[in-house]
Design a binder for this molecule. Structure first.
Ligand SMILES: *Cc1c(COP(=O)(O)O)cnc(C)c1O
Length: 396
């Protein structure tokens, strides 16, 4: 099938929930992908922060192949070996003591919200509301959508699940004012991804932690996008010296395989008991075997070190563009989640980059977002930015 064949079939038979670029990517290796017509692209999107180890990392491919030959699915009625292994790896490398596995970021957040409610139910406290941030993104299911502080995500699906209160990101006083005896938890992305790569003030997460502790409520970090090494540490909150009670992860967890997970301290997780929550595919052998391989490779191949080093390089090179192009406003980021904020909409630049063989993404309308694999090289960054500059030269 050519690009055109895939586009025609998709538009005819697949629900049109996505505004797609008219290419079908059929192959990937490292930081590069190829479309159905054979055109090569440098990929600085990584499936939206999913393929953190690059496309088809050999260790992940091997783990999936070997697991597929042995056992593809068995229910959580039984114990699952790679699930146990991945849970141990995650706990040994984080604040957490227990893991619940599911299949996506939204599902991980649903589990977090349910756990917060169950925890206070078991404590005999009537706390069921959650404070969430404006410009946040937590997913598209009913609960995760209600948690998402963006009207454009919620429009047309009202009435929302009640019990969410929205406050501005980075405003600790606003959170303090929103806390009542009905509040169970605060949910926050340590760095807002979809909202435009918004970084927290240096002491914001620590202040949130203290506020939650003093008020006796739970702190939930949504690390679905910025976790799993994306910022140069395994979990973004490690930069800011504050640990949550509950954390959700998904995107980069299994080197491209579909997975989600909710991690918690023992004290909080103990509110989940047999029958409390479940997922047919959650923690399945293929996804968790891929997760084990991905996490081991992330550590063994020093992806975190490379991410910090090349991330700083990317930020420096993007900073060089300020003053050169009148429509470039600001660069911000941490590790390899990097934003170039423009004064103009970014869609046209993204389209032209694609035509020139570079995949980048635009979020929050004016924010070009760069999410290359964590093992991207400085030479590949130079190559990508060369394409970006050619495109921008054509605009000014
Ligand atoms: C992508 C994302 C989600 C939703 O993940 P899905 O797997 O699409 O459900 C939730 N939270 C954050 C921060 C995300 O970036």
């Amino acid at each position: 099938m050519t690009n055109e064949d895939v586009v025609r079939l998709t538009d005819r038979y697949v629900a049109s929930t996505y505004g797609r670029f008219p290419i079908a990517i059929v192959k990937g290796e490292g930081s590069r992908v190829w479309d159905a017509n054979g055109k090569e692209y440098l990929d600085f999107v990584s499936g939206l922060a999913v393929c953190n180890l690059g496309h088809c990392h050999p260790a992940v491919v091997r783990a999936i192949k070997e697991q597929a030959e042995r056992l593809i699915h068995i229910s959580n009625l039984y114990y699952i070996a790679p699930q146990a292994e991945l849970a141990e790896l995650l706990c040994k490398n984080s604040f957490a003591e227990k893991v619940f596995f599911c299949n996506s970021g939204a599902e991980a957040n649903e589990a977090a919200i349910k756990l917060a409610r169950k925890y206070f139910h078991d404590c005999g406290e009537e706390r069921f509301q959650v404070i969430s941030m404006e410009k946040s993104f937590h997913g598209r299911t009913m609960g995760a959508m209600a948690a998402t502080g963006q009207k454009k995500v919620q429009r047309g699906f009202e009435p929302l699940l009640e019990r969410f209160v929205y406050v501005p990101f980075n405003d600790i006083d606003a959170v303090e004012k929103a806390v009542t005896d009905k509040i169970a938890a605060v949910i926050v992305e340590p760095i807002q991804g979809e909202g435009g790569v918004n970084l927290p003030h240096e002491d914001y997460l620590r202040a949130l932690k203290k506020l939650c502790e003093d008020a006796g409520i739970l702190l939930i970090f949504d690390e679905v996008q910025v976790g799993m090494g994306r910022t140069g540490v395994l979990f973004a909150h490690e930069h800011y010296g504050a640990e949550p009670d509950i954390m959700t992860i998904a995107k980069g967890l299994a080197g491209g395989a579909a997975i989600g997970a909710m991690l918690a301290t023992e004290r909080v997780a103990s509110a989940f008991t047999p029958g409390s929550h479940a997922s047919t595919f959650g923690g399945n052998p293929i996804a968790t075997a891929a997760g084990v391989a991905a996490l081991r490779a992330t550590i063994a191949e020093d992806m975190l070190g490379n991410c910090s080093k090349v991330g700083s390089y990317l930020i420096e090179r993007l900073n060089d563009l300020i003053g050169v192009y009148p429509f470039v406003r600001e660069v911000r980021g941490k590790g390899l989640i990097v934003a170039l904020e423009l004064t103009i909409p970014g869609a046209d630049i993204v389209n032209r980059c694609l035509g020139n063989g570079l995949l980048i993404n635009c979020t929050a309308e004016r924010v070009l977002r760069f999410l290359p694999p964590l093992n991207v090289t400085e030479a590949e960054v130079d190559e990508g930015l060369g394409i970006l500059k050619t495109v921008m030269d054509g605009l000014s």
